[in-house]
Design a protein around this ligand. Structure first.
Ligand code: FES
Length: 87
């Protein structure tokens, strides 16, 4: 019988243990990096390829400054929920 590797996700990396403050524009869609590998934090640059992790699309409801998670462990992606303080 052939060995079959289960399809697993590679773990997300911590980009930084703090959120990124970004100014978003109402109606625009932003792709939040979920894998932690992007060089354009907190946004996706395609570096997730091969990890099994995909970015999260987020459409801004209003133009405002928001705090996007940099530790990638938040329970409320793409936003920081304070989880980084316990890492
Ligand atoms: S930066 Fe991830 S929870 Fe705050």
């Amino acid at each position: 019988m052939a060995d079959q590797e289960p399809v697993t996700k590679t773990a997300a990396l911590i980009a930084q243990k703090a959120p990124y403050g970004v100014d978003v524009e109402a109606g625009k869609t932003y792709y939040w990096c979920a894998c932690g590998r992007s060089a354009k934090q907190p946004f996706c640059d395609g570096s997730h390829k091969g990890t099994g992790i995909t970015p999260l699309a987020h459409q801004a409801e209003k133009s405002a400054k928001v705090w996007m998670c940099g530790c990638k462990a938040t329970k409320t992606p793409p936003f920081c929920d304070g989880t980084h303080k316990s890492l």
